[in-house]
Design a protein around this ligand. Structure first.
Ligand SMILES: [Zn+2]
Length: 77
């Protein structure tokens, strides 16, 4: 389900969910990398990602990439 995130990233080429860690409160949260709104930490309200050119610019640490294909396959059993 989770793939290891590369060391360097900023933009992802396709739609994916990213598991990120808030640098302020260490909360782990899954965000969508094509978010067109500012994504904020649910715990402390710190900005996790900013919309830019149709893709989210992730401001926080990416722990893993969640591929939607794997999610769908898992749901179907
Ligand atoms: Zn936070």
């Amino acid at each position: 389900m989770f793939m290891k995130a590369p060391d360097k990233y900023e933009y992802w080429p396709t739609s994916k969910f990213l598991k990120v860690k808030c640098h302020d409160c260490m909360n782990e949260q899954v965000i969508f990398n094509k978010a067109n709104i500012i994504v904020k930490c649910l715990i402390c309200g710190s900005t996790l990602a900013l919309p830019k050119g149709g893709k989210a610019r992730v401001k926080s640490k990416v722990l893993a990439v969640v591929d939607s294909k794997y999610r769908k396959r898992e749901r179907n059993g």
